[in-house]
Design a protein around this ligand. Structure first.
Ligand SMILES: Nc1ncnc2c1ncn2[C@@H]1O[C@H](COP(=O)(O)OP(=O)(O)OP(=O)(O)O)[C@@H](O)[C@H]1O
Ligand SMILES: [Mg+2]
Length: 268
């Protein structure tokens, strides 16, 4: 990336750039759903962590179905395994037992490279602790999924368009004026908004968001949810969002609760 250009305003082009990157992961057919009509499905997931001789059981048989275009909130007490579940959905970690399916295919046991490609090309992830790269500025952080997806030459060939797209997203989350700042120069809420822009830049089909408003004031949190809801409705973006804020969870189509390592059965 040309760091010399940091001193200039990122290019802004009107509207969404055409031909934005969207690579089909071979063998995965986005239009397909699992046999039960779900885009994302977990079957009886188990996960424990081990620290020496001590085993910390976290998930004990989580079965969750998410349909294409659904906006699902996951709630539960601190330590109940919400982030653990989201990491399994995003293939960042593997379950001890059980399966994760996406777009008609089992994904939890794919080789590392295939999982990396799937995440890069079809999933957007907002991490609870952001995971921004400290040596990159905000705009560059937002651009990282596009750099990975395109590879150096193709990225550079379309650099103006990519930067315009990233700048547009930073504006959308109210961070346009901070694009040159490095993460250490941002507040918690600003880092969170940068992480949201990064998760959306490659136009994912599935957004996995871990407490995306956890560090925001009420008004900013509501605005982020409004943006997510708009993408959900206009682009049919499927969203799985972890939150501890019941008012935020209320904005989703459906709320599921993790209790005792399982999804609490629906009442009524
Ligand atoms: N890498 C790890 N090694 C050992 N234990 C872990 C590890 N990651 C998580 N845990 C434990 O697993 C449990 C679930 O953690 P997780 O982060 O999924 O909870 P959470 O529901 O997201 O909590 P919070 O609302 O506080 O973010 C916790 O008891 C935690 O201590
Ligand atoms: Mg968590």
């Amino acid at each position: 990336m040309n760091k010399g250009s940091d001193t200039t305003t990122p290019e802004r082009e009107v509207g969404r750039p055409s031909g934005s990157p969207h690579f089909a992961v071979r063998e995965l057919d986005e239009s397909r759903e699992t046999v039960d009509g779900c885009q994302l499905q977990t079957i009886d997931l188990y996960k424990s962590y081990r620290k020496g001789a001590i085993e910390v059981p976290v998930l004990h048989g989580v079965s969750l179905d998410v349909h294409r275009g659904e906006f699902v909130a996951i709630v539960g007490q601190s330590g109940s395994g919400k982030s653990t579940l989201l990491h399994l959905l995003g293939t960042l970690d593997v379950p001890d037992r059980g399966e994760v399916h996406y777009a008609g295919r089992r994904i939890d046991h794919l080789p590392t490279k295939a999982r990396d490609a799937l995440r890069n090309q079809q999933f957007g992830m907002i991490f609870q602790f952001y995971h921004l790269l400290p040596e990159l500025n905000t705009l560059e952080n937002v651009l990282t999924p596009l750099m990975i997806a395109h590879g150096a030459w193709s990225y550079l060939a379309h650099r103006r368009r990519h930067r315009a797209r990233a700048a547009e997203l930073l504006d959308m989350v109210g961070l346009g004026h901070r694009w040159r700042h490095r993460p250490r120069e941002l507040s918690g809420g600003e880092m969170q908004r940068a992480a949201i822009a990064r998760a959306l830049v490659a136009e994912p089909d599935l957004l996995l968001a871990d407490e995306p408003t956890g560090n925001l004031d009420q008004a900013s949190g509501r605005e982020i949810i409004r943006i997510l809801r708009t993408l959900n409705e206009q682009r049919n973006l499927t969203i799985v969002m972890v939150t501890h804020d019941l008012a935020i969870a209320d904005q989703a189509d459906r709320t599921v609760r993790l209790v005792g390592g399982k999804i609490e059965p629906r009442r009524g």
